[in-house]
Each structure stands twice: as structure tokens, then as C-alpha cells.
Design a protein around this ligand. Structure first.
Ligand code: ING
Length: 300
């Protein structure tokens, strides 16, 4: 038994005017709740420190820069790192990263219970569009505000197992999970900000929850891994983001679900050993996969 007690810390809306300090206070409240349940690891959403700013078109970079972190931890996020280390709890956190040489990424980090940085991921699948499209009820300008991630899909040793990360739209692409599956991942952590309404395809809106669960459950089963999906939810600056935060076992079953669209911590005690039952039978990759037949995907 290699048990990891994981806490999925769903967030409600973050207002445009909400300060980093106020948001960090909310994250710390959920961290302390998680400690009360004996959590080893807390998973926060994508872009957890700010409102989902890609919904707007900014003319000036100066206005845009306000949403990015130049250092992590920085003065405003240090209290979260300190509290987590004091409580002996690891966490993953999504934020907008501005590198010293001016590159912008949609980033997530994994921090161990001792405060050490275990891993970093930069979002690879950037949805939406690059130019302002005024016909939309709201924009989705991730292709304008971020570069595609340059760190690949990696798996890190931590919490007694193999832990990977991805971000939001990445969860809709099966390749995301298989690349980590081939590295022996046992738990994939992902945060998301998902508007229920998708302007180019409103006929999909009613299926938002179905699609959210479908992609994560199938990935967990097909790659013999736990998947932890954590929303920033609720009506945020006039845009309704779905909740749907859940913890999924390698069986493909959801074993914990959020029931609100606000700040809500859900828990599951995950025996990473459960992955073996699938990894050594139906999904024994080395015995059953046929890479020569997949060349159209790999482009090799
Ligand atoms: N958000 C959305 C997501 O992939 C989206 C984009 C919304 C895709 C609605 C499809 C339908 O969950 C982010 N941030 O990637």
C-alpha cells in the first residue's frame, strides 16, 4: 500500500480587483482544511492567483503584465509556501509565469512536503485564438498571452510515487496522458478554468460536464493512473466557469466530487499500488502496444 491522501482545492471566482494577498489567504484556508484531513498533497487550479484574464483583450502589455508572476515564490506567494512547509504538505499551483527574458507561460509547479520544488510544467495545448474577436461574448486569448510550453509532459518522483501535471485544455488530448503513462505516471494533477459557454460551438455547452468527466475518466483508465482535476469555478467577471472538480482512480471511477461552484476541498486516500492492477494486465504497454501502427500520431 502506497497511500497518498490528496486534496483537490477547487476555487470559486477570483475577481479582477482581488489582490494576490487576498487570494493567497483563500489558498491557505484550504491548505489548513486539507491538513485537518491528513492530506499529503493539495492540488490548486490553473491560474489560481488571478482572475482568468485571457477572457479580455489588452491593448497594453503593462496592463497584461499585472497578471503574471516574475518569481515563484514571490513576496505575495511566500506565505503559502511557508504555511505548507510548516504543515508538511505538498501542493501544486497554477499561475501565469513571466520569465526574466520576457517569455510568458501558463505554468504549474509541484512542491514537496519539505518545500522543495519537485517539478514544473508549462501548458502545451493552448486553446482559443490570438487576435481580438469582438463577435465573442468573451475572448479566449491564451494563444496571444502564452507561448506553448517548452518543458514537455514530464513525470516526477514524489509522494511515494510518480506524479505528473498538465493544465486545462491539455486534459482533452489523449496524447497528454499517454506520454506520461509511458513514463510510469501514477497520479496526474491538473487544474482548469472552463467557461460553460464556448462561443464557436454553443451546441457543446450542455455537454460541458460530460466532456470534462469523459476525458479525465478515460485517461485514468487507459493509462492506469489517478487523475485529479481541479476547477476555478463559478460566475467570474460575468463568465460562468464550470465546477466538476473530481478525483479519479485508475479504474476510471470518480471517487470524490465537488458539489459547489465555490472554494471547496474534496479528499481521497489514493493507494498508488492500485495502478499496478491495470498497468500489468490490460494496459501492459510493453506487451500490448503496437507503436509501428501509431506513426501517423508520432510523425516518425
Ligand atoms: N479552458 C477551456 C478548456 O479546455 C475550452 C477551453 C472551453 C475548450 C470550452 C472547450 C470548450 O477546458 C482552458 N483554459 O483551456
Amino acid at each position: 500500500m502506497r497511500n497518498v491522501t490528496v486534496a483537490a482545492a477547487q476555487m470559486g471566482p477570483v475577481a479582477q480587483t482581488e489582490t494576490r494577498a487576498a487570494v493567497v489567504d483563500r489558498l491557505i484556508v484550504m491548505l489548513e482544511q486539507a491538513a485537518g484531513h491528513g492530506a499529503d498533497l493539495v492540488v490548486y487550479p490553473e491560474l489560481a492567483l488571478t482572475t482568468f484574464f485571457p477572457r479580455w483583450h489588452f491593448e497594453e502589455d503593462a496592463e497584461l503584465d499585472a497578471y503574471y508572476e516574475r518569481e515563484m515564490p514571490g513576496p505575495e506567494t511566500a506565505p503559502l509556501f511557508a504555511k505548507a512547509k510548516q504543515l508538511g504538505i505538498g501542493f501544486s499551483l497554477g499561475y501565469a509565469e513571466l520569465t526574466p527574458d520576457g517569455r510568458r507561460f501558463n505554468t504549474a509547479i509541484l512542491v514537496g512536503p519539505d518545500g522543495a520544488l519537485l517539478g514544473k510544467y508549462r501548458k502545451i495545448h493552448l486553446p482559443g485564438h490570438r487576435e481580438n474577436e469582438p463577435w465573442r461574448a468573451f475572448q479566449h486569448l491564451e494563444k496571444r498571452y502564452f507561448l506553448p510550453g517548452n518543458l514537455g509532459f514530464r513525470v516526477f518522483d514524489g509522494f511515494g510515487g510518480r506524479v505528473g501535471m498538465c493544465i486545462c485544455n491539455d486534459r482533452r488530448w489523449p496524447e497528454t496522458y499517454r506520454v506520461m503513462g509511458l513514463q510510469g505516471v501514477e497520479m496526474i494533477l491538473l487544474g482548469y478554468n472552463t467557461p460553460i459557454h464556448n462561443p464557436p460551438a454553443p451546441e457543446h455547452d450542455r455537454l460541458s460536464w460530460h466532456h470534462n468527466t469523459l476525458v479525465m475518466q478515460s485517461a485514468a483508465y487507459q493509462n492506469a493512473t489517478f487523475v485529479v482535476g481541479v476547477a476555478k469555478a463559478g460566475m467570474e467577471e460575468g463568465v460562468h466557469h464550470m465546477g466538476g472538480t473530481q478525483i479519479i482512480a485508475p479504474t476510471g471511477e470518480t471517487i470524490a466530487s465537488a458539489v459547489t461552484e465555490g472554494d471547496e476541498v474534496i479528499f481521497a486516500e489514493c493507494d498508488l499500488g492500485l495502478c499496478k492492477s491495470y498497468r500489468e494486465s490490460v494496459f501492459a504497454f510493453e506487451r500490448h502496444r503496437e507503436p509501428d501502427a501509431y506513426r501517423l500520431i508520432t510523425g516518425t
